[in-house]
Design a protein around this ligand. Sequence first.
Ligand SMILES: [Zn+2]
Length: 273
Amino acid sequence: MPELPEVETIRTYIDEKAAGRRIENMIIYLPRLIKNRSGDELKQALTGRRITGCSRKGKYLFLHTDGAMSLLIHLRMTGSLIYETGKGEEIRAQRIIFMLDTGRLIYRDIRTLGCLWLVPSVGLTGIQGYDTLGPDGNSPDFTAAYLYSKLKTTHRKIKPFLLDQTQVAGLGNIYVDEALFLAGLRPSRRCDAISKAAVQRLCEAIHTVLAEGLANGGTTVRNFIGGSGKEGQNQSHLRVYGREGKPCLACGTTIRYVKLAGRGTHYCPHCQR
Ligand SMILES: [Zn+2]
């Protein structure tokens, strides 16, 4: 699933290419991806509108228009946005096409689990998952003080806590495993048992792994491609994710793989306590 760096990689590209373009028509192959309106309603609200930009919060993309309504998108497992100016040849798994005055913006999705919503351009969206997002894991608002204040009040395990988008937005399975490794924390550690010093390390680790992911254009484990159609490069920089059975890069101990709260989890039993 695309996480903050992957979604941000797409956002940057789409913002650069689609901002200022006018939506002239839409082809909706799979209307059920639009969760709160019909395909016709979406078409009616957005056709003729100019795209003013693309922003991101957590793993959500917000395609802003100059009209009253805009488009909120969650890519889930295999969703992606592509901008292209070719001759209009068919793209694999294309689900919705925005015909622009210059080029086409294509929502593609192999497993079709993505979600699109028509939302007001300003104010609350009414989409619960979006309106309740915590601070982005790479934002200045995500500080050690904030994280400590949240952790000390809960007895949950740290990994599911970090996956909870209302606490910190944008992290998924890959970057949580990476951050916990970097901070030397066992994914099963109880939140309220983590010292202030370790919370400081964890906060820094989260900022670090997200910045690395962004710098490398995202992580491509299965299906992720950026808005330009290119794969990310961060998969070759991962420290622990996907390395089960291999020696820890820090100490040589075999990396372990367990299921934690239903999610595949990688950690070093020596370095992470
Ligand atoms: Zn180790």
